[in-house]
Ligand binder design. Structure first.
Ligand SMILES: [Zn+2]
Length: 303
């Protein structure tokens, strides 16, 4: 007969696989089911904790970066841009009138009631002097940049509001930190395990600030931002489908030029016009032009 000794405790897997299987074929199934139930119970608790504690205000999973990390990263990017001679930034003191107009447009969007991190993020918009660049971009934490080239090219308040909505959405939906989470997820977890998280964070911050890698987005994120722009503008006096006007203008003029941030990835202008139009129909929101009040004076206040 088989007698269980102390040494057998260490051989337990062998006992289940051989002895128990031979002598009690049904027992192993019961043990396996019991084990599976335990694993499932543990997993469901883990999944529950995961979603309770790791979802941000837009219900996106956020494991490693808090909203204040977004602001810290954005502040660092903003410092890098300010120190970079390639960016000629219009000062708020010298171009006060231009900023009054732009701030009022941005604030209308921020106060739409649709921006989740309205109060947590910095929401600072800066004009970049470069008439040859049709661009705008968003750093994490609400640091938004718009080029004079784009403002003059659009020549339309609803169109600019649409682009501003799109950029605000990139920041509010935390696209940069979600990109980084995808990029660094596993290695970041590993570094936490071996206590190297501080150096990992530094590396990440340097990469975001040093390159534009953290500021270019996938097709999915571009579409998401286009759609959020419609939802934001629906709660303002601007035409809710303003974001499509840029693409319409671009198509009409057959102009390529420099690749703007919001053209840098895959959705073609036609697809984006169609998608924004569909979203506006779905939202049943007002697409009446706002009337362009003050836009010409705004453009004239720029250098
Ligand atoms: Zn974009």
């Amino acid at each position: 007969m088989y007698a269980l000794t102390k040494a057998d405790v260490f051989l337990y897997p062998r006992i289940t696989n051989t002895y128990l299987q031979e002598h009690f074929p049904g027992l192993q199934v019961i043990l396996q089911i019991a084990l599976m139930k335990k694993i499932l119970a543990a997993l469901s608790v883990f999944v529950l904790l995961f979603f309770v504690f790791a979802c941000d205000k837009n219900n996106n999973v956020s494991l490693f970066f808090s909203p204040s990390d977004d602001v810290a990263l954005g502040q660092q990017v903003s410092d890098e841009i300010r120190a970079d001679p390639n960016f000629e930034l219009l000062s708020r003191a010298a171009y006060a009138d231009a900023y009054v107009y732009l701030d009022s447009m941005v604030n209308a969007i921020l106060n739409s009631g649709e921006v989740a991190y309205r109060d947590e993020f910095a929401w600072q918009v800066t004009i970049v002097q470069d008439d040859n660049t049709l661009n705008a971009f968003a750093a994490p934490g609400g640091y938004i940049y718009v080029y004079t080239g784009l403002i003059k090219y659009l020549n339309d308040a609803d169109a600019l509001a649409g682009v501003m909505g799109h950029e605000i959405a990139h920041a509010d939906l935390r696209h940069t930190s979600r990109n980084l989470q995808r990029q660094y997820g596993v290695s970041f977890l590993l570094s936490l395990l071996v206590g190297e998280e501080a150096s990992t964070l530094e590396t990440i911050a340097a990469q975001v600030a040093g390159t534009a890698a953290g500021l270019s987005f996938s097709r999915e994120f571009e579409t998401e931002s286009d759609e959020r722009s419609v939802e934001y503008l629906a709660q303002t006096g601007f035409a809710c489908d303003g974001a499509k006007l840029f693409f319409e203008r671009l198509e009409a003029s057959g102009q390529g030029g420099n690749t703007p941030e919001f053209l840098s990835t895959h959705p073609s202008p036609e697809n984006r016009i169609e998608n924004i139009t569909d979203k506006a129909t779905e939202e049943n929101c007002d697409t009446t032009p706002s009337g362009n009040g003050g836009y010409a004076a705004f453009v004239n206040s720029l250098p």
